[in-house]
Ligand binder design. Structure first.
Ligand code: ATP
Ligand code: MG
Length: 417
């Protein structure tokens, strides 16, 4: 893609009304637009990142048998009354012209349980796993964390349905592994911990995936050796003894909850009467689990932990483009030809390339490249053409090399794996 065609512009200064680092850099890079506090639109570069995160999530959730759906944002109040979750503070309300109040979905346990009522009747229909990547609305009180805490935000919510606890337990373990794989692939693996958190009526704990990050709103106690953590809300002597942890081996850290999984048991299937007939024909409530990830929060967290003083730094797997090719003097036929040739080679090798073909000063192009954070920067200029070399810079380490085109292409092949 040619950068001259990209309608978004970079900004030199921090937006005045943002305190979160992720929002500052993403707005300056033109990745997102702030509509209101906690309400952000995704622009082309931002959407490319979000879609890459979503694609990784889809792959991992499809792998464990998830089937994708898309449920409505407008909710049937009758279902939420049955589970006593109607009218909570978190919900945005709206009114029908024909009379009556509706809420916008802030989670989807009720509607999905109701949908499954039309589809599950026998033990033969179980297990089932259903997920969506869908917009949630939450009337969050504080919205100062940029895209990490939206009032309107994307969630991947997966719901699983089982005949018994044992089957739920087995799937829950698969989901845990899929989640760890997602966080590893988006580049947060080393910083993300399976964290014991408060459970609810049906299980003692839920499990959060907490990424250590100074901008986080949560506090966790972490054992790096055992690769586990305990949320402050359940951090007490009894829980530590049960988990075989001692206070001495734990350190207190700020963190972001990037995912949360729950064993729901029959919390929703009982009030909403989701039942199945077992082998003997006896009616039993379906046993459920639910599993959430916020792709936008994930993207914001990546920015928080990876951005440096020059701007964004994207991991390869979710970068908006793989290569930022800076063409100095693109108007000159020789530069244009060398650039176009190189782009076609890179694209053949499966690389997505953003070409800075703009008629701007080299310094401005370089600082924009640092701001946008694409992993590999290449420079083509009359000088590099004369030398028969290309300049390659690693955005993360800052290391610059001048190497032959062949060497560069083969080094990029290596990176691909
Ligand atoms: P928090 O405690 O941070 O408010 P939560 O526990 O209410 O989050 P869940 O209901 O568990 O959130 O939602 C599942 C996942 O959705 C979270 O782990 C997080 O990744 C994401 N998420 C939740 N709220 C938001 C939000 N306001 N903006 C962006 N992502 C969110
Ligand atoms: Mg949660």
């Amino acid at each position: 893609m040619l950068q001259s065609k990209l309608f978004t512009k970079t900004r030199r200064d921090d937006p005045k009304d943002e305190v979160a680092k992720n929002a500052k850099w993403l707005i300056r890079g033109g990745f997102i637009h702030k509509e209101l506090a906690g309400v952000y639109s995704y622009l082309p570069l931002g959407l490319r990142v979000l879609n890459k995160i979503n694609a990784i999530i889809r792959e991992e959730i499809n792998q464990i048998g998830g089937q994708e759906v898309s449920l409505t944002a407008l909710q049937n109040p009758e279902l939420w009354k049955k589970t006593e979750r109607y009218g909570l503070d978190v919900a945005f309300k709206t009114e029908l012209k024909s009379g009556g109040e509706l809420e916008l979905g802030w989670s989807h346990e009720e509607p999905i349980t109701n949908i499954m009522k039309s589809n599950i009747s026998s033990y033969r229909d179980l297990p089932a796993a259903v997920y969506q990547l869908q917009t949630k609305f939450r009337n969050e009180e504080r919205a100062k964390s940029g895209i990490m805490r939206g009032r309107e935000f994307l969630m991947k919510d997966l719901y699983s349905f089982h005949a018994d606890q044992q089957d739920l337990d087995a799937f829950y373990e698969c989901a845990t592994q899929a989640y760890l794989s997602i966080f590893r692939r988006v580049g947060l693996g080393d910083l993300t911990y399976v964290t014991f958190a408060s459970g609810g009526a049906f299980s003692k704990y839920s499990h959060e995936f907490q990424t250590l990050c100074l901008a986080g709103e949560d506090i966790v106690y972490v054992s790096r050796d055992k690769k586990m953590a305990v949320n402050k809300e359940v951090y007490n002597d009894e829980v530590l003894a049960e988990l075989g942890l001692t206070k001495e081996e734990l350190t207190e850290e700020k963190s972001v909850e990037v995912g949360n999984i729950f064993k729901l048991g029959t919390k929703y299937s009982l009030p909403l009467e989701l039942e199945y007939a077992d082998l003997a024909g006896e009616k039993k409530p379906v046993v459920m689990g639910c599993y959430g990830i916020g792709p936008g929060r994930l993207m914001g967290t990546v920015v928080e932990v990876m951005a440096d003083e020059k701007g964004l730094v994207w991991p390869e797997a979710i970068a908006p483009f793989n290569v930022h090719l800076i063409a100095i003097g693109y108007k000159e036929p020789a530069v244009r030809e060398a650039t176009d040739k190189l782009v076609s080679k890179l694209e053949k090798a499966g690389k997505e390339v953003l070409v800075d073909d703009r008629d701007a000063a080299a310094g401005e192009k370089f600082s924009d490249a640092d701001l946008l954070g694409i992993p590999t920067r290449l420079v083509v200029s009359p000088k590099t053409i004369e030398e028969g070399l290309v300049e390659i810079k690693d955005r993360k380490t800052g290391a610059v090399q001048r190497i032959s085109e062949e060497e560069m292409l083969s080094s990029m092949e290596v990176k691909k794996d």
